[in-house]
Every structure is written in C-alpha cells, then in structure tokens.
Design a protein. Structure first.
Length: 136
C-alpha cells in the first residue's frame, strides 16, 4: 500500500473507536497544521467522520501525485452521494441525495514520514453549485 492509499483509506472508510486515533496517528502528526491553523488529531478525525456522514459511497479518483523529499501533492476528485448534513463554507447544506464530485488539491508536508502540514484547495463553489446551495 502506498502513502496515498493509506491517506485516502482513512477518509473513505470509517474506522470507529480507539482504532481510529491509532490509524490516523500512523499517517498524521498530532497536531497537524491545516491551511495555516493547528488542528488536533481528534478534530481531524471528527472532520473525516463528518464528511463520511454527509456523503455515502465515497471514492477518490487520483489525478496526479507529485512527490518531493519531504512533501507530497495530490490532485484528486472525491465522489459521493449527499445523504446527510454537509457543513459548507456558507453554512450547513441538508441532504439532497445528489451525486457530487469535489475537485481538490492537497499539498502535504511530511515530518518523520507523517503528515505535519496540509494546504487544501478544494472547489467549494463547485460543490455548493452541485448541491443547489448557490446558483450558477
């Protein structure tokens, strides 16, 4: 299994109980810096569970991976069906049942083989359009 496979496995497939913390701790530092702000690993796990509760049948199509000595950039499209509340940048969007595709680029910094910093660039506007939360 590659580092990218391990990373996406955590976000696509729910892991419950103390095993969740252990699994995330194998991949992420605690805390991890996300878009410039410190996030505790427990909060990152909550973020993953929230995504998994909002979108069913999650998959990720990896478009490109660029690796450096201490960094990794991944361009991908995450797909799923909107089945629960999605906490978007403009507020919570109730379930619509719609199929969505979220275009994202993650730039990851690695420290001792684990992710210590993440810059996430997701197409939030495109997702909100797909959910009917904004026009366009």
């Amino acid at each position: 299994m590659t580092a990218v496979d391990g990373l996406f496995g955590l976000w696509l497939t729910p892991i419950e109980g103390p095993e969740a913390y252990d699994a995330f701790a194998e991949v992420y530092c605690d805390p991890v810096i996300v878009n410039g702000g410190e996030m505790k690993l427990a909060d990152l796990i909550v973020r993953a569970r929230t995504l998994q509760g909002a979108l069913a049948d999650l998959t990720a199509d990896i478009l490109q991976v660029v690796e450096g000595d201490d960094s990794l950039a991944v361009a991908f499209v995450m797909r799923g069906r909107h089945i629960g509340d999605y906490p978007g940048p403009l507020g919570v969007v109730p379930a619509t049942g719609r199929e969505v595709a979220i275009r994202t680029i993650d730039v990851l910094t690695l420290t001792d083989g684990r992710i210590s910093r993440i810059w996430v660039n997701a197409d939030d506007v495109g997702l909100l359009r797909q959910l009917g939360a904004i026009g366009g």
